[in-house]
Design a protein around this ligand. Sequence first.
Ligand code: MG
Length: 220
Amino acid sequence: MKIVCETRDGHETLGEIDLRPSKAICVGRNYRAHAAELGHDVPAEPLIFMKPVSAMCAAGAPIYRPEGYERVDHEGELAIIMGKRASNIDAKDAADYILGYTCANDITVRGLQKKGPWLRAKGMDSFMPIGPRIVTNLDPRDLELSVRVNGEVRQSGRTSQFLFSIPEVLAYISKDITLEEHDLVLTGTPAGVGNLQAGDVVEVEIAGIGILKNPVMARS
Ligand code: MG
């Protein structure tokens, strides 16, 4: 997927890159209020899972909503793009391994997630929009994140509310799983997740990055 890489104020760094991650690892329940809204305690260590790379789509691309499910939820998240291979790294060195940050939407069929493996619930085609750009010089520790559906605010939070910080998450993952250059790490979603209907437009906005906007279409 082609995506532009620039600084926060729009100066090109790498220009447009062809992002081909080997995997996308996600953190679940990384905000206390979101764990609570789903009826869960906060995890004692990062709760990680994978989305297949085939779920990735760009800003502006449709999210295809499968029929027959009550809830196909938005989950706005900050995504990390790895800058180089990371294996068993120290949390204090994590920043050295990061290329930059973008917005992501961890689309989830809530009923399927509750029933069984998360792969199908979260891994369907078009279920991982990312964009609109990668920002390379961002301090990720206290960014405002919000999600709007048809212009109405549904989720809002700050990355300072993470239960596990970015360095902690990267150290935790890379202890056992090597992260490759351009791999994605999605950092969890704040409270306010909710259903998307065909015809909706969903926006994930993160301060300093921009707006990831995608229409929702019925999958025929
Ligand atoms: Mg999520």
